[in-house]
Design a protein around this ligand. Structure first.
Ligand SMILES: Cc1cc2nc3c(=O)[nH]c(=O)nc-3n(C[C@H](O)[C@H](O)[C@H](O)COP(=O)(O)O)c2cc1C
Length: 496
């Protein structure tokens, strides 16, 4: 892909604009054009920053929280240092501790606090945490996050509505971001917050059906086009608009699930999202906190290896299918001991295996005793790279995609502007001709001492005025639209 089409479109637009402004454009249009010209040509093609309240991430990428030790302080701080938002996942974090089976709750809280502090030591960037609403120590984990003053708390796997310490979060400057899988859930959360707390969340993440890990969709919905990002993101953006108006602040929508390259990021931002959440790509980084065997499973897997599992949590999940999963489905797993019923929805007595133990084994590189959660695009991973390289690569791809998309959109606009310019030139020539004809007709009338027909003169005059008015209208249309077209980057719906 080359940048040439965009350069060509922009230079044609520049020529037409200069020509038109010099010829008949009013000065205020020239000012508008000047304001936007540089923006379109260069700067705005870089990442747009992601703003959540006063937090500003220069890279609009949130590294999705990945539980049971996949995204800890190392990965989160590397992402934050690269300009994105790094996220430590709280669920199952206590499995890193030696005493998890003695006191799972205490182990979780201790490890969680330690990882947040470790991340803070490694970065001045933005650090969030991900806490599943469905875990039995949700409120205690939330308290730790508030005490440690994380920047944001992402809350998924359930509706974060009841008994939330919203005032304490506000006092500590901790942003609240629910993770949802439908417009209905978004509206319910926002309405209930408004009713209970007279407040609303600071942003919302929509996680689509191509994501890795547990999914908030039924198996049938996963392949249904009605549930994909393209369909749901614009609706979620619309659904938060009334709350933005009422609370007088912007509520960014972030979308994820299958976002793999910079082209995907551009596509999601064009849907109205202000950021993306990515998990799979961050697993295949040097800084990801999982064992190399876990990461290598991504590099080695083929599309057909990635499939759904029926998690004991009661939700489908996307993973790289292996013998562990097949054995479990066929009832061949050995018995396990439930440490402390960590998930409220888990039917530990009926479960074929413990999801936390299975994921923890995989994290440590033991794929015989567990399996690897992965997004639908994990098979595209070819190597494990540093986070900074990944962000750099995504940035280049995003720029190329942005340029291509702009060039495609500019092409018909420039074509139409050319047509209008030609029409202006034809009309101007015709006005000139009619002006001469009118003058001649008047002279003839004088020469013939009022004997020539008045109707002929009136007809020529009428035609002259009609054509002049058409010319003015076309000139106005062209100048307005040329000025508008420089705002293309800001107004993707623009047409000429
Ligand atoms: C290995 C793995 C573990 C995950 N664990 C969690 C989790 O504990 N909590 C959560 O909300 N999302 C979890 N996710 C989802 C990610 O946060 C993210 O939303 C998702 O991976 C985005 O889709 P992608 O993988 O296609 O980029 C996990 C994803 C992966 C790949």
């Amino acid at each position: 892909m080359t940048a040439a089409p965009l350069e060509t479109a922009i230079s044609t637009l520049k020529e037409l604009t200069t020509d038109v402004v010099e010829d008949f454009g009013p000065a205020h249009l020239l000012a508008r054009v000047k304001r936007y010209r540089r923006a379109v040509a260069s700067r705005r093609l870089n990442w747009p920053s992601l703003r959540i309240g006063e937090l500003i991430a220069s890279v609009p990428i949130i590294q999705g929280g990945m539980g049971v030790g996949i995204s800890l302080s190392r990965l989160a701080s590397a992402v934050a240092n690269a300009g994105g938002i790094g996220v430590i996942a709280a669920n199952g974090i206590g499995l890193l501790e030696p005493d998890y089976y003695k006191d799972g709750r205490a182990a979780n809280l201790r490890a969680f606090r330690r990882e947040i502090r470790a991340a803070r030591e490694q970065t001045d960037g933005i650090i969030g945490v991900n806490i599943m609403v469905a875990v039995n120590d949700f409120h205690e984990l939330l308290d730790v996050a508030i005490e440690e003053g994380v920047d944001l708390v992402f809350m998924g796997a359930g509706l974060p509505i009841k008994n939330l310490p919203v005032e304490a979060m506000r006092a500590a400057g901790v942003k609240a971001v629910p993770i949802v899988s439908s417009v209905r859930a978004t509206e319910m959360i926002f309405r209930m917050w408004q009713k209970i707390y007279h407040d609303v969340p600071d942003a919302v993440v929509f996680e689509g059906p191509l994501a890795g890990g547990h999914l908030g969709f039924t198996a049938e919905q996963i392949d249904d086009s009605d549930y994909q990002l393209e369909t749901i993101v614009p609706d979620i953006v619309r659904s938060v608009e009334p709350f933005e108006t009422e609370f007088g602040r912007s509520i960014p929508v972030i979308a994820g699930g299958g976002v793999y390259d910079g082209g995907d990021i551009n596509r999601v931002l064009e849907l109205g999202a202000q950021g993306v959440q990515m998990g799979t790509r961050f697993v295949a980084t040097e800084e990801c906190d999982a064992d190399d065997v876990f990461k290598d499973a991504y590099v080695q897997c083929a599309p057909e290896d990635i499939g759904l599992i029926h998690s004991p949590v009661g939700m489908p999940g996307r993973a790289i299918r292996n013998d562990f999963i097949v054995d479990a489905e066929e009832g061949r797993r050995p018995a396990f001991r439930c440490a402390w019923q960590c998930l409220s929805s888990c039917k530990a007595n009926d479960a074929k295996y413990c999801i936390s133990i299975a994921l923890n084994n995989a994290r440590k590189g033991n794929l015989r005793g567990g399996f690897v959660f992965a997004g639908a695009n994990a098979h595209r991973v070819t190597e494990v790279v540093p986070v900074s390289d990944l962000i750099g690569e995504l940035s280049v791809e995003y720029r190329v995609a942005r340029r291509t998309a702009l060039a495609e959109r500019l092409e018909p606009i420039v074509g139409r502007a050319r047509e209008l310019r030609e029409r202006c030139a034809d009309l101007a020539a015709r006005v000139q001709e009619l002006g001469v004809a009118y003058e001649n007709a008047l002279n003839e009338r004088i020469d013939n001492a009022w004997s020539a027909g008045e109707t002929g003169i009136a007809r020529v005059r009428e035609q002259y005025e009609e054509t002049l008015s058409k010319l003015r209208n076309t000139q106005f249309l062209l100048t307005e639209r040329l000025a508008d077209s420089w705002e293309l980057e800001r107004r993707p719906d623009l047409q000429l």
